[in-house]
Design a protein around this ligand. Structure first.
Ligand code: PMT
Length: 402
């Protein structure tokens, strides 16, 4: 997918610039042409000679270099690319992009380009979460700038949190997805996928309900990632604040029974991913609003259908790959393995949802992929990155087995 793609790589001034030589190597291994612009800040971390040697091209630095301007002006530089990748993208360069500043070669190229732009942010966690940076991020997104990462972890400044530049394989995967989408094809083109997401609400009476803390972020991200790989995706979602993902057919439901019905109607599908936090029980409902009285009312529960187990039942029409999520607060891996066996699904994505993990409702998730081949533990990643990795694994499986 990256063969002969022309990537203009802008290297800004962050410690993650030290990952750039490896990024260039991996891009070139895949047949991409890489040309670099190095900012003054970037040059504090990586030398122009290294970038030139690894990219096999000149490393551009100076806006007012007469020789460069006569050979390859900044306008041509910004146009003779299929995509501009800013990695690392510092808070400073993001702010300059938003403001439309053009005070060096990198920002001038970014302002002058008519090509897609992708950024791989990297900075201290407080800088990343600062309202200024978050608002800049939103503005860049509305301008169709693609964003890969950052992920959570130890930061070079000694603090821990969100702000690590996405790892090289994630950046390569994001570029690959971009070109696949751009070309209107991906490894899952022609495959139907069904994804569940969000909580279910189980009414107690006409005004009260039982629910859980699922935000739908993880499930919606899975639906988006599968669609980006070309799958035709139906998302069955409980009530969430998440926007309907682009290019995905969304069916909104409230209760577990409605979710079961919508899923059955969405079949056949080659791929199923059950990320919803489905209520195990519904309340034997009172038709009328319960009245406060002498006695505290006792709720009577009925077991809900298990959607994952139902969709995993062997037989004709069973989806080729069924993936469940396991939300556990103890013995994470063991319980996930048991769930995989009990529900007859192919893979389980196990996540620790104990208090403080942030899995329910948060932006990051730490998961373990449990398959017939064993357990793979992934680092803490943003839910979007978890979804992208999972979608990549699904695509690889589908190409081998379905
Ligand atoms: O929505 P977020 O805030 O982003 O949070 C994401 C998440 C934590 C909800 C998600 O990552 C997750 O773990 N989803 C599964 C939650 C859950 O219900 O887990 P469980 O261990 O209770 O169920 C195991 C599997 O069975 C799940 O795939 C679930 O969708 C499925 N199930 C459960 C009960 C039921 N009646 N029907 C089902 O299909």
């Amino acid at each position: 997918m990256l063969e002969n793609r022309r990537i203009l790589l802008i290297v800004a001034g962050g410690i993650a610039a030290v990952k750039v030589p490896d990024l260039i190597r991996r891009l070139r291994e895949r047949g991409a042409h890489v040309r670099c612009i190095l900012t003054n800040g970037g040059a504090q971390f990586v030398t122009p000679l290294t970038l030139a040697a690894l990219s096999g091209d000149k490393c551009y630095q100076d806006l007012f270099d007469l020789k460069d301007e006569s050979e390859m002006g900044h306008i041509r530089l910004s146009r003779e690319a299929d995509i501009i990748l800013v990695a690392p993208a510092t808070a400073d360069i993001m702010a300059k992009m938003v403001a439309g500043m053009a005070d060096d070669l990198a920002t001038t190229a970014l302002l002058a380009t008519d090509k897609p732009v992708m950024i791989a942010p990297s900075m201290n966690v407080m800088m990343w979460t600062h309202p200024a940076t978050q608002s800049n991020l939103q503005i860049l997104k509305t301008r169709e700038v693609k964003v890969v990462g950052p992920s959570a972890g130890d930061l070079a400044c000694g603090e821990v949190g969100n702000g690590r530049m996405a790892e090289v394989p994630e950046i390569i995967a994001a570029l690959t997805r971009f070109f696949q989408k751009n070309d209107g094809r991906g490894p899952l083109t022609g495959y139907k996928a069904l994804v569940t997401s969000g909580p279910t609400l189980e009414p107690i009476d006409p005004v009260r309900y039982i629910a859980n803390r699922s935000s739908g972020k993880q499930g919606h991200a899975v639906a988006t990632a599968l669609a980006e790989l070309g799958a035709s995706v139906t998302l069955v979602s409980g009530p969430t604040h998440e926007a309907d993902p682009d290019g995905v057919a969304v069916i909104h439901v409230e209760t577990a029974r409605q979710m079961m019905k919508a899923c059955s109607e969405a079949l056949p599908a080659a791929i199923v991913v059950c990320a919803a936090a489905v209520a195990d029980w519904s309340v034997e409902g009172a038709g009328q609003k319960l009245k406060k009285g002498d006695k505290t009312p006792a709720l009577k529960f009925t077991e809900n259908p298990d959607i994952l187990a139902t969709l995993s039942q062997p037989g004709p029409g069973r989806p080729g790959l069924v993936v469940g999520f396991a939300a556990e607060t103890e013995n994470l891996i063991e319980n996930a393995k048991l769930k995989r066996a009990k529900k007859n699904c192919d893979w389980v994505v196990a996540n620790d949802v104990s208090t403080g993990s942030g899995a329910f409702g948060g932006d990051s998730n730490t998961v373990h992929l449990v398959t017939a081949d064993g357990v793979e533990s992934w680092p803490t990643l943003r839910k979007r990155a978890v979804a992208e990795r999972l979608a990549e694994r699904i695509a690889a499986y589908v190409q081998r087995h379905l």
